[in-house]
Design a protein around this ligand. Structure first.
Ligand code: SAJ
Length: 415
């Protein structure tokens, strides 16, 4: 019904870049925009500045075919996608400043009939706000959303590490400012999405995305709370969960060192901010998950107190398994705290990065190889369930104190 030849995607991060590459592969002429000139240079050479399974190969292909180019300023296109970060402020309020900047940056390029999609995760009402910012810049478009131009919120819901598969396969929610906006947005995603597209209004789409991540956060908090209770009651939480999950209607998630990443640890706060009195469970879950790193730190300190000058090895820095993303990572936070608060040698094994973050290097933390770290350390702190760690045999760990926050080392004590 509606066809799109060109698209301009603002924000070439973990979502924007794979999305740009997939649209380019599907035949659209894609202009990617990012404020980071280094990222732009790298993308134009066909090399992603982030790690995501199979992204480099795809990018190389679409850039060399001339289907995708990156630049620091937007340009005219049939459709625009905004995929910039929405962090929260120190007072746990959503920070929409990147969306505002992106909206104002595309405003001069909008033409009659264009479609503008907000993909960033946002609090209810943010798509209306995007429209308001746009119309502030462009008085000629005022009151014209749904007739002169079209806008929708189409949240992404892809899992890091599986982005290219899930972009295509997952169902998608399309929240139009008007029904026609939703239909036009659906036509755009139809270009590559094999999952089903469900149409709704922008506000419901905004809340649906937040609810998905809050659902997961609450469920992880339940597992984390069980691990704290189990520690107190001297029960193996991994066995406990395994057994409880044999019930046909029970499916408890896995405890860990805390919840990291830029989605699940952030998005529930947007709900709390929008409805503080009602969102009691969602707030409590955030608090439980945020308290988990402290519990792990205490446990390691208690173990360290048994030695004169122990060597501690931390396994994993990323916020979850088999990725290189250290943003809001409880593993990184725990390692930093141990290195700054304990007077002992700290080794870190993180196979997915080449150099340690500067703060860890300053704290004299050493980047170590897996077997070396196991050999040299007295205390092993398993923070991320990366694949190479899962292959370690329990014999290698038998002489060590093991604090396993992920339950993958069989003779480990629960944390
Ligand atoms: N975690 C646990 N125990 C578990 C599962 C996860 O401790 O049983 C921890 C992980 O280690 C990690 C954090 O939770 O620190 C989040 O990891 P995740 O794999 O649950 O989720 P993300 O942040 O990588 O991606 C989520 C996904 N949302 C849902 O599954 C509802 C993804 O589909 C979203 O697209 C993404 O957030 C996003 O961009 O919002």
């Amino acid at each position: 019904m509606y066809t799109y030849k060109s698209i301009c995607i603002v924000g070439l991060g973990y979502i924007g870049l794979p999305t740009a590459a997939v649209f380019a592969k599907a035949g659209l002429q894609v202009t990617g925009v990012d404020v980071n000139p280094k990222a732009v240079d790298s993308i134009n050479k066909g090399k992603a500045h982030i790690v995501e399974v199979d992204l480099d190969g795809l990018l190389q292909g679409v850039v060399s075919a001339g289907q995708l180019k990156a630049q620091t300023v937007p340009e005219k296109a049939d459709a625009f996608i905004i995929a910039v970060p929405t962090p929260f402020t120190d007072t746990l309020k959503p920070d929409l400043s990147y969306i505002e900047a992106a909206t104002r940056s595309i405003a001069p390029y909008i033409e009659a009939g264009n479609l503008i999609i907000l993909e960033s995760t946002v609090p209810p009402g943010a798509t209306d706000q995007m429209v308001a910012w746009l119309e502030e810049e462009r008085s000629d478009l005022r009151g014209g959303c749904g007739t002169k131009y079209f806008a929708a919120h189409c949240p992404e819901r892809v899992l890091p590490g599986r982005v290219l598969i899930e972009l295509v396969q997952n169902d998608r929610i399309i929240g139009g400012i008007t029904n026609d906006c939703a239909l036009r947005a659906q036509a755009l995603y139809d270009v590559f999405v094999k999952g089903e597209c469900f149409l709704t209004n922008a506000r419901t789409a905004e809340m649906a995305k937040l609810s998905e991540n809050a659902f997961r956060d609450v469920n992880i908090a339940f597992a984390n709370e069980l691990s704290l209770i189990s520690d107190r009651l001297d029960i193996d939480v991994w066995e406990l969960i395994r057994l409880a999950n044999r019930h046909p209607r029970v499916n408890i998630l896995q405890p860990g060192p805390g919840v990291g990443g830029h989605c699940i640890a952030v998005d529930p706060w947007f709900i709390v901010d929008s409805a503080p009195e009602e969102a009691r469970l969602i707030r409590a879950a955030r608090e439980v998950n945020d308290s988990k790193p402290e519990h792990v730190i205490k446990k390691v300190k208690k173990a360290a107190a048994k030695f004169k000058a122990p060597t501690i090895a931390c396994f994993g820095l990323a916020f979850k398994a088999d990725i290189d993303d250290l943003r809001t990572s409880p593993a990184l936070m725990i390692t930093e705290r141990l290195a700054s608060e304990l007077d002992c040698r700290i080794l870190v094994v993180e196979p997915n990065i080449e150099v340690l973050p500067p703060k860890l290097a300053e704290l004299k933390v050493e980047h170590a190889e897996l077997t070396d770290a196991i050999e040299k350390a007295d205390i092993l702190v398993l923070l991320v369930d990366h694949k190479p760690f899962k292959r370690i045999s329990s014999e290698k760990l038998s002489e060590k104190i093991v604090i396993d926050t992920r339950g993958i080392w069989t003779n480990a004590s629960p944390a």
